[in-house]
Write a protein that binds this ligand. Sequence first.
Ligand SMILES: Cc1cc2nc3c(=O)[nH]c(=O)nc-3n(C[C@H](O)[C@H](O)[C@H](O)COP(=O)(O)OP(=O)(O)OC[C@H]3O[C@@H](n4cnc5c(N)ncnc54)[C@H](O)[C@@H]3O)c2cc1C
Length: 404
Amino acid sequence: MSILPEPISLKQFENEARNFLDSNAAKKTDRAFVWGEGDDDVSLFSENTPEQEQLEVRSAKEFARKVFDAGFGWITGPSEFGGRELPKDYQTCWEQLRSEYEIPSDNCRGIGLGMVAPTILAHGTPLVKKLYLSKLYGGDIIACQLFSEPIAGSDLAGIQTKASKDGDQWIINGQKVWTSGAQYSDIGEIICRTNNDVPKHKGLTVFVVDMKAKGVEIRPLKQMTGGATFNEIFFNDVVIADSHRLGEIDGGWTVALTTLMNERAAIGSGGGGISSGSMSSRMLEMIKHFGADDEPLVRQLFVEIYINSRIASFTSQRALAKLTAGKLPGPEMSIGKLSLTENLRRIGDLCSLVLGPKLVANSGEWGTYAWSQIILGTPGLRVAGGTDEIMRNIISERVLGLPK
Ligand SMILES: Cc1cc2nc3c(=O)[nH]c(=O)nc-3n(C[C@H](O)[C@H](O)[C@H](O)COP(=O)(O)OP(=O)(O)OC[C@H]3O[C@@H](n4cnc5c(N)ncnc54)[C@H](O)[C@@H]3O)c2cc1C
C-alpha cells in the first residue's frame, strides 16, 4: 500500500529545493556572455570520447541518486514508485530553480525518462513498474528506445524484428538501428513483430529488454559531427519473460504511440537549447563581433529565429501540459518539432551570412568554425523523432484538413 506524502505548500517546496541545491551544486554566475571567453562549443550532438562519455554518465547517475533521495527525482510520480504525487507546478518550480545551478549534464537519461518511463508507467505490468521505474528516476539505470530498423523508420509499422512466444517467454531475433545511447543503457523498449497474418500495425508487440542479456550485440555508428551517439543492435535468440511485455500481444502500436508522443514533445521543447536565452545572446554577440548588426538581412533572420523559437517552445509546453494531465496531445508536438528544425536551418543561414568561409575552414579563431556543428547536426534533428516531411503530413491532415 502506498503512503501519501505530507502536504507541502509550493513555498515550502521551493525552500526545500533551494536548500538542497545550495548544498549540492554551485550557483551559476550572473555574468553576461562575453564573446571570446570560455567554451565556444554549440554542438547539437555529443562529440565525447568513450572515456569522457563514461565520466558524464557516472556523474549524471550519482547526481540523479542524490536528487531522488532528497525527493526531487520524480515530483509528479506515484508514491509507490518513489514519486511525490505533487502537481505539475512543483515540477516547473524545481526545473526553474535547477537551471540556476551548475549541475552535471543528464542528457544520457533523456530518452529513458522522457519516453521509456512514461510508456512503462502507462502500459507496464506491476512487476515491470516495480523493477524499473524508481531505478530509472533514481539514476541507477538508463533506458534506450529500440524502434527503427534498416527498412523501417517513418513507416514504423513495417518493422521486421521478430518475437516468437515460447511458453511464458519470448525469443527475439532481428536488427535495430540508430539507437541513441544504447552503449550505456541497461534496458531498452523494443517493438517487435508478433503476427504476420493481420494488417502490419496490428501485429506488433512491445517489450522491455535487458540490454546486457545474452544475444544482444551493440555496434557504434560514427556520425559526421564526429561523435558516435547511435548504434546498430543485433538480437540473436534473446530471451524476454512475458512479464516484460508492455500492453497487449499485437497491441504494440498503441504502446509505441505513447512513446512517440513523448519523444516529439521532448525534442520540440528542448532541442539543443536553441530557444534558450544563452544561445540567443551567443548569436547576437557573434553578429556584433563581426560587424553585421546593421545588415538588414541578418537583423531580420535573427528576429525570425528569436520569435520562432519562443513560439515553438510555447507550443511544445502546451503539448507537454496535455501529456502531464493524462490527455493525448493533438498535432502540437509536430508543430513544435518542425518549428525547431526550421529554426536550426535559419541559424545555419545566419551563421553562413555572418561568418562566410570561417564557418567551413578551421582557422582556430574562437567562435567561428565551432558553429559548423550546427550545420552538421541539423540533418540529424530533422530526421530524429519523425522527419520534417512526416511532421508536414501530420499538420496538413490534422490542422489544415487536407486529403491524405
Ligand atoms: C539523431 C537521431 C536519433 C535517433 N534515435 C533513435 C533512437 O534512439 N531509437 C530509434 O529507434 N530510432 C532512432 N532514430 C531513427 C529515427 O527515428 C528514424 O531515422 C526516422 O524515423 C526516419 O526513418 P528512416 O531513417 O528509416 O528514414 P525513412 O523513413 O526511410 O525516410 C527517408 C526519407 O523519405 C521521407 N519519407 C518517408 N515517408 C514519407 C511519407 N509518408 N511522406 C513524405 N516523405 C516521406 C522522409 O521524410 C525522409 O526524407 C534516430 C535518428 C536520428 C537522426
